[in-house]
Design a protein around this ligand. Structure first.
Ligand code: AMP
Ligand code: GLY
Length: 423
């Protein structure tokens, strides 16, 4: 029997997941809530279903969904996976207690300390005065609001003044409301960042291809932090030696820790790493696929996505198979993003002459009367596969020539570290 699947979310990550599901012989109907302007090509998007956990659960029950894949973190932290499981639906996504690894930075850091997982040393503060006092003896620190802040709650402070103003913004001006009632102040780590995405279930785990995101808005990692302006996979930043260390020092202790805490974790664990002199340390955990890492990773995945969903549900290890290629994903963003930007711009895509091996994943797009318009900061992803980073990059940028909307911008250097590594 073909499986009915529901993909929850409406970004590039979810479009990539829906695309991958679309290629599975084992998938029957694929639904998405809320979806986006491009996902309608791949998934059935019910109208008039507002994004609330209750409505999603009711919908999944009505449609007799077999598997749900939860893209974003917020519904997981609010217990969507628990609610779906209570109705007998299998879910790729942890329970609310497991989702605390992303939902509370204090929980995550204490978990890492308790289970001896390498991460920057840190202190927790719930009073601004204590935090300001502590900062007097510090130079470079990273300050993090405890709760979910849509990716905006982390301040990398190279000077003391920046740290003082971060504490004031979070704790006194309450920029993130309750999410900032506690903060972490941690040591600044140096090195190269990489992302490791793991399929986790209580008794086994499978590591996906290592990838690298580009978080800054502009070339050479300049400008404000964004949700991610592009990614590529696999990355040479994580070689087999480092990967072994990640398994031994991070993934296995996490699995042990979850077991000791009585958390039945069935879903994705994203590990944000800082690698220095061959030693990986954890910057953050996310409890979902990375965006845009997923868009760079899934075009290389040969394993059927339904097999992955079944393996996680049944707590089985899955031997993931990958194309022996490199994928570069470039995000096309609205001018002004991650600050203020305009929506509603007409999108033009000339499909002829787009090279083979290129996928366009939609994020902030909306389809109105057959015309695509921008509806978000990150609008489209262009993911291109090639035999190496050079070919993949060239194909991605060649395809981008065929796409336009007013004020479109993108980074022209996605994968630059990998190119430097090859020299
Ligand atoms: P997070 O959401 O915790 O991953 O933080 C967002 C970004 O802030 C990371 O991708 C890093 O670029 C940076 N960052 C976070 N923690 C640290 C740290 N301890 N040292 C250096 N950079 C950090
Ligand atoms: N690309 C970073 C994230 O998904 O959090």
């Amino acid at each position: 029997m073909k499986k009915k699947v529901l993909v929850i979310g409406g970004g590039g990550r979810e479009d990539a997941i829906a695309w991958k599901l679309g290629s599975s012989e084992k998938a029957g109907s694929v639904y998405s809530i809320p979806g986006n302007g491009g996902m309608a090509r791949r998934a059935l998007i019910p109208e008039n279903i507002p994004f609330s956990n209750e409505r999603v659960i009711r919908f999944a029950e009505e449609k007799k969904i077999d598997f749900a894949v939860v893209g974003p973190e917020q519904p997981l932290v609010e217990g969507l996976a628990d609610g779906l499981r209570a109705c007998g639906i299998s879910v790729l996504g942890p329970c609310a207690r497991g989702a605390m690894l992303e939902g509370s930075k204090v929980f995550a850091k204490n978990f890492m300390k308790k289970y001896n997982i390498p991460t920057a040393s840190f202190e927790v503060f719930s009073e601004a005065d204590d935090a300001l006092d502590f900062l007097k003896s510090k130079e470079s620190v990273v300050i993090k609001a405890d709760g979910l802040c849509a990716g905006k709650g982390v301040y990398v402070c190279r000077a003391r003044e920046e740290a003082f103003s971060a504490v004031k913004e979070i704790m006194q001006e309450k920029k993130f409301a309750g999410a900032g009632s506690r903060i972490i102040i941690e040591d600044m780590l140096r090195g190269e960042e990489a992302s490791i995405i793991v399929l986790m279930s209580p008794g086994s785990y499978s590591v996906m291809l290592p990838s690298q995101d580009h978080k800054a808005a502009f070339e050479s990692d300049k400008g404000p932090n964004t949700g991610g302006m592009g990614a590529y996979a696999p990355t040479g930043a994580v070689d087999s030696e480092i990967l072994k260390k990640v398994e031994k020092k991070i993934i296995e202790p996490v699995a042990e820790g979850l077991k000791s805490e009585g958390i039945d974790y069935r879903g994705v664990l994203y590990i944000g790493l800082m690698i220095h002199d061959g030693d990986p340390m954890v910057l953050e955990f996310n409890v979902r696929f990375g965006d845009p890492e997923t868009e760079a990773m899934l075009p290389l995945l040969k394993t059927d996505f339904i097999d992955i969903l079944s393996a996680v549900e049944n707590d089985e290890k899955i031997d993931l198979k990958w194309e022996d290629l490199v994928c570069v994903d470039v995000v096309l963003a609205s001018g002004g993003y991650p600050g203020k930007y305009e929506k509603g711009k007409k999108i033009k895509i000339t499909r002829e002459n787009i090279p083979d091996g290129v996928q366009i994943f939609h994020a902030g797009t909306e389809l109105k009367n057959g015309q695509l318009y921008t509806s978000g900061g990150r609008v489209l992803n262009v993911a291109a596969c090639g035999r190496d980073i050079i070919q993949a990059r060239n194909k991605a940028y060649e395809a981008i020539e065929k796409i336009s909307f007013e004020n479109m911008y993108y980074r022209k250097d996605i994968g630059y570290r990998e190119l430097e590594r090859r020299r």
